[in-house]
Design a protein around this ligand. Structure first.
Ligand SMILES: [Fe+2]
Length: 311
C-alpha cells in the first residue's frame, strides 16, 4: 500500500512543523523536541510530581525518578485455570504477571487541568489532525510508569499496531494516533519505545517474527513528544537502567473510531473551559459530535396536527 501525499494544513505551516508532518508521512513516527512543541519543561516537572504522588497513592509504595518503586510490588493474583497458567509459563510471561515492572495510571484528563493542557498542545493536535484528515479526537490519557526489568515483552518487544481492532484493509488516514510525552529521557538502556520505521504503510496489525530485528529505539530528551500513526509497529525495549521511565500517552482516535475511555460522556463543559484552549478541547473530547447520542430521542418527532395556522 503506497502512502498518499497528504496536504499540509494551515496549522502545520503556521507552527513551522512541516518537517515533522512529512516525517510522519514517510516514517510513521516523529519526535518533536521541547523547544519546538513549547509545552514547557516547568509544566513537565509539575506533571512528574503529580504522577509520582499518584503512583504512591495507588500502590502504597513511594517512587523516585532515580530508584523507581522503593518497595517490592506485586499484581493481585489473577484467577486463572491451571491450563491458562501453563500457557502463560510457556510464553515466558510469568514474571510479567507476578513481578511487575510497569503499570498504567489512567484517566488523567479527569485528574488535573495540566493533562488537558497537554492534550490541546497545538503541535501535537496539528500532527494528529494531519494523520486523521482533520478529524482527530481524544481516546485516552494514561501514564506508563516503568522501571528496571523486562515486563515480559521478551525478544518480540511487544511489537504491534495500535489500530489493530479496526478491520483491514487500512488506508493512509489513521484510525488512531499516539502523542506520547517523555516525562523522563528516552534512551535504549532506559527502556525506550521501540518501533519499525515506515511500517504504517504495511497495513498489518503486527509484524512477522523476522521483522523484529528492524525495530529501533525512539530516543528523545525529556519534554519531547513522540507522535506515531496507529498502523506503525511499536513496542518497548526493556529498561536496563535503575530508576523510572515515565511516558504520558495522549492517545487519539479518528472521529469514527471508538475511544478507549468514555471521553465524550465524562467530559463536562467546565472541564473543557478549564484548559488552555476550551474550543479545541471541546472538539477533541467530542462534545460537539452528533454521535454517540445520549438522549432517548435525538432527532425531532412529528406530532398529529392539532390546529390550522391562523389566517
Ligand atoms: Fe501500543
Amino acid at each position: 500500500m503506497a502512502q498518499a501525499e497528504i496536504d499540509l494544513s494551515p496549522e502545520i505551516q503556521e507552527l513551522g512543523i512541516e518537517q515533522y508532518a512529512r516525517e510522519l508521512d514517510s516514517n510513521g513516527l516523529t519526535i518533536v523536541p521541547p523547544e519546538v512543541n513549547q509545552f514547557g519543561l516547568e509544566r513537565i516537572d509539575r506533571i512528574v510530581e503529580i504522577i509520582l504522588e499518584r503512583a504512591e497513592a495507588m500502590t502504597g509504595s513511594k517512587f523516585t525518578l532515580d530508584d523507581g518503586p522503593l518497595d517490592e510490588l506485586e499484581f493481585p493474583r489473577p484467577e486463572l485455570t491451571p491450563e491458562q497458567m501453563k500457557q502463560i509459563e510457556a510464553r515466558g510471561l510469568t514474571d510479567a504477571l507476578l513481578k511487575p515492572t510497569q503499570f498504567l495510571i489512567q484517566k488523567l484528563t479527569q485528574v488535573d487541568r495540566i493533562f488537558r493542557d497537554l492534550a490541546v498542545n497545538p503541535v501535537s493536535v496539528a500532527l494528529q489532525n494531519h494523520m486523521m484528515a482533520g478529524q482527530t479526537r481524544l481516546s485516552s490519557a494514561n501514564c506508563f510508569v516503568k522501571w528496571q526489568g523486562d515486563f515480559g515483552y521478551g525478544p518480540g518487544l511487544g511489537l504491534h499496531a495500535d489500530q489493530g481492532r479496526t478491520p483491514l484493509p487500512w488506508g493512509p488516514v489513521a484510525h488512531t494516533g499516539n502523542s506520547t510525552w517523555c516525562l523522563t529521557d528516552y534512551t535504549l538502556d532506559g527502556g525506550a519505545l521501540a518501533y519499525v520505521p515506515g511500517t504504517h504503510t504495511e497495513g498489518k496489525p503486527a509484524p512477522p517474527p523476522e521483522r523484529v530485528k528492524d525495530a529501533i529505539p525512539a530516543e528523545a530528551p525529556k519534554g519531547s513528544v513522540i507522535v506515531w500513526h496507529g498502523a506503525t509497529w511499536h513496542g518497548a525495549f526493556p529498561r536496563k537502567d535503575k530508576g523510572l521511565r515515565l511516558g504520558l500517552a495522549i492517545y487519539h482516535r479518528h472521529e469514527a473510531t471508538l475511544p478507549q475511555e468514555d471521553v465524550p460522556g465524562q467530559t463536562t463543559e467546565a472541564m473543557a473551559a478549564d484548559s488552555d484552549n476550551p474550543e479545541v478541547y471541546r472538539v477533541l473530547a467530542g462534545l460537539n459530535d452528533k454521535f454517540p447520542y445520549r438522549e432517548t430521542q435525538s432527532e425531532t418527532v412529528p406530532r398529529v396536527k392539532t390546529s390550522v395556522a391562523a389566517g
